[in-house]
Design a protein around this ligand. Structure first.
Ligand code: ADP
Ligand code: GN1
Ligand code: MG
Length: 371
């Protein structure tokens, strides 16, 4: 793909912003899409902002299906929010169509772009500095689960096939080690061995699902702290964003991915691993809030499996970073040569920490399960 800036002015012309555009700059910390914030200057009132995104062609092969999912889910969420007396313009995303009336715009280089209103008076955090903040994100993701409880899952396209199929991720990882396209495998043997020692773990959730113990639900699948916007005053979750991977999945994926990213005080790409430690208080705060937000919609078996969600999502994500490192960084955006390897190392440090505190994780989950 050409750099997104190359077609940006063509794309700006393709949308009607309702006022002159005065600037468009890169925005946010996402690893996948090219995100811009667009500033407009309406006459006689203050600047209105928009989020303009080029969807990643590496990640999403069918932007048409992706946008069909997003339009379906955002319209449904909007109705749910309004029905409960909420403000749908803040609590649900809204897709703004290009002038040609399609759900998204395809530029002259084949890039697929979409537009959303900027949800103002919100903050997007990269780390959870307090249990209260992390709990607020947990309530929001739990509520998201509850709001989509009756969404017709069979109408959703699988935007990335086998996205959280950890067995499939393991196979892809092993193929990347085998191919070793860039000769990088020798430099990360301890990380490769870390995965190989945990191959059986990769089947735990899938086995439980196949045995009928865990139901498929509509899940978000990418529940990082920076995929929820928090109210700048109250600190509560306002709007769940980044809906690209809303698909049928297991609830432990949503719980686990939040823990992976947020239940520690370091960045995902921290190179000083002594700073990367699972924080049990954050884990407990998120667990309580997620279950509160889900409002009794989860089964006892699902709740009992939550520690596995945390471990599997973290192991899987580390494996994905390592796979991308071995394949030449073709999927996740990077800012330095070893970025994906650094990210992999933080994930594996967290997995080891979860293993070391396993009985405490189970105790915490059990404590809230019985509430
Ligand atoms: P990616 O898939 O690359 O992570 P996201 O959809 O998460 O892309 O967007 C990247 C960042 O842009 C988010 O983390 C958030 O900071 C910001 N963002 C996205 N959508 C909105 C919105 N509607 N209003 C305000 N900020 C947004
Ligand atoms: C990506 O899009 P973003 O930055 O929110 C990725 C997630 C990973 C995450 C790791 C579609 O999330 O699966 O867990 O990076 N999203 C996709 O930070 O692959
Ligand atoms: Mg994101």
């Amino acid at each position: 793909m050409v750099p997104a800036e190359q077609t940006l002015s063509e794309v700006l012309d393709a949308f009607d912003f309702g006022a002159p555009v005065v600037g468009a700059i890169r925005y946010g910390h996402g690893h996948i899409n090219d995100t811009f914030v667009v500033h407009t200057q309406p006459e006689n009132c203050c600047c209105r902002r928009f989020i303009l995104q080029r969807m990643s062609a590496a990640a999403f092969k069918r932007p048409d299906q992706l946008m069909e999912n997003i339009i379906g889910v955002t319209e449904y969420l909007g109705r749910q929010v309004a029905g409960r007396g909420g403000d749908r313009s803040r609590e649900a995303m809204e897709v703004l169509r290009p002038k040609n009336g399609q759900p998204y715009y395809t530029d002259s280089q084949g890039g697929a772009w979409r537009l959303y209103p900027f949800v103002e008076h919100t903050v997007c955090y990269q780390t959870a500095d307090t249990p209260e903040l992390f709990a607020a994100s947990g309530r929001a993701f739990g509520r998201f689960q509850q709001l989509l409880r009756d969404y017709p899952a069979q109408t959703l396209h699988e935007t990335i096939p086998n996205f959280h199929n950890t067995e499939d991720r393991l196979n892809k990882f092993k193929a990347a080690v085998e191919a070793d396209q860039l000769g990088r495998a020798a430099g990360c043997q301890p990380e490769i061995d870390f995965v190989l020692a945990r191959q059986a773990d990769c089947s735990v959730a899938l086995d439980a699902m196949r045995a009928g113990k865990l139901p498929l639900r509509v899940t978000h699948n990418d529940t990082k702290l920076n995929n929820v916007l928090m109210d700048e005053e109250s600190g509560e979750g306002v709007c769940i964003i980044d809906l690209d991977t809303v698909m049928p999945g297991l609830v432990l994926y949503d719980f686990g991915d939040s823990i992976r990213f947020g239940a520690n005080h370091s960045a995902e790409d921290e190179t000083d691993l002594s700073k990367v430690n699972l924080d049990l208080d954050l884990f407990a705060a998120y667990t309580a809030a997620f279950l509160e937000g889900a409002g009794g919609s989860l089964t006892g078996e699902e709740i009992a499996c939550l520690p596995w969600g945390a471990k599997l999502m973290t192991l899987e994500c580390g494996m994905r970073f390592l796979t991308d490192y071995l394949e030449g960084d073709v999927y996740f955006h990077i800012a330095r040569e070893t970025h994906n390897l650094d990210r992999c190392r933080t994930q594996f440090k967290l997995v080891a920490d979860m293993e070391a505190h396993w009985s405490e994780l189970e105790r915490i989950v059990n404590q809230y399960r019985s509430k």
